[in-house]
Ligand binder design. Sequence first.
Ligand code: VGL
Ligand code: ZN
Length: 209
Amino acid sequence: MDSASGKTGVIVTDVQGDFTTWKEGSLAVNGADQAFVHKVQNATETLAKKGCLIFGIQDWHPADHVSFFTNHPGKNAFEVIKIEGRTQILWPPHCIQGTENARILVDNNLFMAIVKKGKDPRYDSYSGFQDDGGTETEMDSILKRNGIEKVIVYGLATDYCVKATAIDAANAGYKVTVVEGLCRGVAPDTTESALKELKDRGVTILKEL
Ligand code: VGL
Ligand code: ZN
């Protein structure tokens, strides 16, 4: 990946214990094992050495978050409901602020900044740029402050947070690359359709770096 010609930012998305089988996470993504996390760690170090600026996204929910099925009496995990017209998938409680499995598993010293998302109990937030209520995070302003024009996005999960973050980055005018081999998806069908949608929106999909 060429970074000499312009400023490239890397957005390492939600590589947190609860999304990994390694840490027996509550929302473990298939294939997000220890080897996967090490591969992400190594790739991120390589990109940092090449001069890319590394940013992290951290899912960071309060215990009463709207996306947890446990906060909807009678509902089960992975049920889909409508909330004020929005589609909400009900997830197992995950990435609760200040819990062990909310930690980012990539060396935190690599990050220029870590943007937390999903803090508002009322709204889910797959994208690192904004939540479902339209409230923006500091991601875009931090990227702009650093003169970033291109972003490389990878992490967990391909079909949710990687997808939403890459789409919002493209919509915000960044040239976006997603590295498929550095992502894992929740389900094969939604992962395939996510990659297709990203391509259709002009995002470059690389198999590997
Ligand atoms: C994610 C579901 C709920 C993700 C976050 O990081 O893809 N998925 N919260
Ligand atoms: Zn979440």
